[in-house]
Design a protein around this ligand. Structure first.
Ligand code: PLP
Length: 410
């Protein structure tokens, strides 16, 4: 592994225009990367180039622009497949994001996999996007929702997870990395355990694709979902990866143009994979932006980026814990770039509001994971979340801002 130096990091950082602006008269310290990441110039340029010179609808046209745009769109599918090591490009379905990917899956699986009396197993740290769709489908289908509990450290209780597997749920849906706790789940092991019972597994990769190497064949997950905007790509584009054997079995979720083969008033036959799951005009610019983001990431060695980011996170944890009354919510052994905390005697949203005025952008609240807040008996947390473009200096600014906010509130 080649070490990612501070100099290289500054060069990388220079490519993100949004990071180089003042808010309230001071340089922005952007630590809300779990909500969304900033975009490098190459991604912004790709979208501008598409709308400036290439814009047209795809798949249907015989004219030059349409053929070019169709080819670019399908090449991007191959790039995404390669990025997560999918076996074939048609296993990549473009969606609006993680949320839509989970809804597609839930809407399709409920039609043939989940019957009355069956169950679906999730964990206690799921984002609402990987909880509410399953909960609602379970209510509709009279299916039971099983929940793997969390330990006090904010890790999934693996012993209880194994016991729940023995109830033979029809699906396991778990997050790779928790956006509320920072926990990296041992998904490979969990998938192996689930497969021992013949249970398919969905991995929510919203927080992992931009921070670690994902190899869906090595993980052997049946489904993997993620959002472009959390990995330096535009908002509104996302991916559902599914093994071919599942895509072949799954009925379509949305109906309309593009996903059909033959249509009459009496019946319709559906298009081949992956088009069966992509009804209507797709977000071509978003797909090309996603490809540009992948090309951006691939200029670097992911392991080096990960090691650099881990160093920043360690520094932040060490410095933050010196603040009196600091309590981390989630102290997992394997942690990604998310730090959630509360400080005794203060409210998280007051800290967030005050540090914002010191030009430090963090998030406060329940982070779309209300059951996690209930589990840890907090109204919400302050969440600082990092990307590989954050600096040690920014960590210092975060800590100083939190210290100052706490002293003002006490
Ligand atoms: N899953 C996790 C773990 C997340 O962190 C998020 C967003 O924060 C989502 C799902 C939903 O992503 P999106 O809003 O892009 O659909």
């Amino acid at each position: 592994m080649t070490k990612f130096t501070a100099g290289e990091m500054l060069e990388l950082r220079a490519q993100f225009p949004a990071l180089h602006q003042n808010v309230y008269g001071k340089p922005l310290v952007y630590l809300d990367n779990a909500a969304t990441t900033q975009k490098p110039q190459s991604v912004i340029d790709r979208i501008v180039a598409y709308y400036s010179h290439e814009n047209t609808n795809i798949h249907r046209g015989v004219h030059y622009l349409s053929q070019q745009a169709t080819e670019a769109y399908e090449n991007a599918r191959k790039t995404v497949a390669d990025f997560i090591n999918a076996a074939v490009a048609h296993e990549i379905i473009f969606t609006r994001g993680t949320t839509e990917s989970v809804n597609l899956l839930a809407g399709s699986l409920k039609q043939f996999l989940l019957q009355e009396g069956d169950s679906v197993l999730i964990s206690g740290m799921e984002h609402h996007s990987n909880l509410v769709p399953w909960q609602q489908i379970c209510l509709q289908n009279k299916t039971k929702l099983l929940v793997a509990e969390l330990t006090n450290k904010g890790e999934i209780d693996l012993e209880q997870f194994k016991q729940l597997l023995s109830q033979k749920p029809k699906l396991v849906a778990i997050t790779h990395i928790s956006n509320a706790l920072g926990t990296i789940n041992p998904v490979k092991e969990m998938i192996r355990l689930a497969h021992d019972f013949g249970i398919p597994v969905l991995v929510d990769g919203a927080q992992s694709v931009a921070h670690t190497t994902v190899d869906v064949q090595d993980l052997d997950c049946d489904f993997f979902v993620f959002s472009g905007h959390k990995m330096f790509a535009p908002m509104g584009i996302g991916v559902l990866y599914a093994k071919t054997e599942w895509l072949e079995k799954m009925p379509p979720w949305q109906f309309g143009g593009e996903m059909v083969d033959q249509v009459s008033f009496e019946e319709t036959t559906f298009n081949q994979l992956p088009f069966k799951f992509e009804a209507g005009t797709p977000y071509v610019a978003g797909v090309l932006g996603l490809e540009a983001a992948i090309k951006f990431i691939r200029q670097y060695d992911m392991k080096s980026l990960e090691a650099y980011e881990n160093g920043i996170v360690r520094q932040a944890l060490e410095m933050l814990q010196t603040i009196p009354g600091m309590r981390f919510i989630g102290e997992p052994i394997h942690r990604a770039g998310v730090i959630s905390f509360v400080v005794d005697g203060t409210h998280p949203s007051d800290i967030g509001t005050l540090v914002d005025k010191m030009s430090v952008a963090v998030r406060t609240g329940h982070h779309c994971a209300q059951p996690v807040m209930t589990r840890f008996d907090v109204p919400g947390t302050v969440r600082a979340s990092f990307a590989f473009y954050n600096t040690e200096e920014e960590v210092e600014k975060l800590v100083k801002a939190v210290e100052k906010a706490v002293s003002m509130l006490r």
